[in-house]
Design a binder for this molecule. Sequence first.
Ligand code: 13P
Length: 245
Amino acid sequence: MAGNWKMNKTILEATNFTKALKNSTNDVTDVDILIFPPFTALYAVNNEIKNSNINMGAQNIFWELKGAFTGEISPLMIKDIGCSYVLIGHSERRQYFGETNETVNKKIKIAMEVGLIPIVCIGETLKERKDNNTFNTIEKQVKECLMGLSTEQATSLVVAYEPVWAIGTGKTATPEQAQEVHSFIRKVYKKIYNSAADKIRILYGGSVNPNNVSELMNQSDIDGGLVGGASLEMESFEKLVKYLK
Ligand code: 13P
């Protein structure tokens, strides 16, 4: 269960949240817990999660290791600060910051080069869904984002299906809609990587909350959640980690 905090929380807020999360989830052994604080809080959060079952990731990286790229953050820096995961190609980055399947592909490769596990975000817009282009869009995203990866690399990353129309809107995909796309992603994987299709983890994201989490997680091809809004409050995130209403 992954919490994407987006551009929220000061260092103090992030630290307090992480302390509380550690206390309330120290008995959880069957769910991997992952948080994505903003860059500025990574160092402090890393100090809190030592000796816990909480993992940490960054929300973005640049596709080079170092150099004259003012304002960007290297995958090496993210690794150095304690991250094991990185979100790549979130729809907000595609929408506001010009991220494309091509830049996502470069970022996945460099992330893997330094040993970070990429969580690769894909998903259709409302227009694409209405025009019956969901599956075309998803297939194109999987193929272009993962282009040139070995089967081993494709197996070790995590895919997050986040329909753009469900993000931050309160409109969750129904469990059936989500399952349909998750199963399709596995089919596309099967065609390219064969056995990797059964092994990769596919997370669902888009208005996941304590009321819909268990139904979504019960779907056979949904392996976890990537949560925005409901990951910001302890009460709801704890429930999500434990699949409680
Ligand atoms: P919401 O859970 O707020 O819809 O956000 C989903 C998301 O974008 C997670 O990356």
